[in-house]
Design a protein around this ligand. Sequence first.
Ligand code: LMR
Length: 394
Amino acid sequence: MLGNLKPQAPDKILALMGEFKADPRQGKIDLGVGVYKDADGHTPIMRAVKKAEQRMLETETTKTYSALAGEPDFQKAMGELILGAGYNPALTAALATVGGTGAIRQALELARMASPDLRVFVSDPTWPNHVSIMNFMGLPVQTYRYFNDATRGVDFEGMKADLAGAKKGDVVLLHGCCHNPTGANLTLEQWAEVADILERTGATPLVDLAYQGFGDGLEEDAAGTRLIASRIPEVLIAASCSKNFGIYRERTGCLLAQCKDTATKDLAQGAMAFLNRQTYSFPPFHGAKIVATVLNTPELRADWMAELEEVRGGMLRLREQLANELAQLSGSDRFAFIAQHRGMFSRLGAKPEVVQKIKDEFAIYMVGDSRLNIAGLNDTTVPILARAIIEAGV
Ligand code: LMR
């Protein structure tokens, strides 16, 4: 039976991780997978996370099953973190999931249960695994214009024109902040225009919020999502705790479904718990408990926020340093977009051959579409990258 399987193409981002590991060259630089790294190239455990785990170790008395949709303290803490004062638990179904990817998958499953003929609108480009999951599920994917290759900013006119083609029953996937892979984001005014289009078309937004706190700040990064949720009665939000809590391997994520009334919320809550049961039964507990403990303990929360700000500030400084270095080397401001982009990633706009050349000649790894992970840099490697970018002819 298993001999009938077709070989699967490896995930490009994960394959790049393996290739980097296997590269024996000294001084190689990993700007591939979206993982935060400090100046020493280490992905640290955040202070508040470690303290929460210590408390859990001392106080936990059982490892019995928890709740199918996740623990209420986690659901509430995430609802408040994401939606702020606009969070209404009476109208918002919540589900603990296996990471942000699990939240995306369950959101799409939920949407398909409610709207079997749906199409999913995704930005061009988007995180490759979005499209891969949709293809695997057999969902029709429709791309909308997003990135302007010339300006390296958002092609907002194109985006609006393409989103106008969505209709009731369709899902529009939006990146809440820190667009992956481009780093180019909507302004709040543009979010309001997207809300106008969603109102007009009746399509359901699915916001992927994987990097809250990595762009302009925890509140600022949720502002677009909150605006959509304040204007559109039915909204799906898939959030990841991998990056902002640095708990990648704990697989902690959350799906919120804001509903138009309590009866619909009950339906959604039931369907979401059912989806967990059908997929993996209970969601992982440990990471969700860390998150709930950090968010619900004032001193841990304050420390977490402070460390997250350090992480965010560090990435911003690296962006500015790289943009300055490139301005000097190129004698132009054509790389100024790097300082304007937000989050972990920027898309350089280089051709795959150039990305390959940078890897071959300089041992600098970025994703083939020329996405680079800013957090993979430090003060020493910024000038090395800048020189490679100019010498490779980007
Ligand atoms: C990325 O885009 O690099 C991250 O979201 C990690 C992943 O799973 O691809």
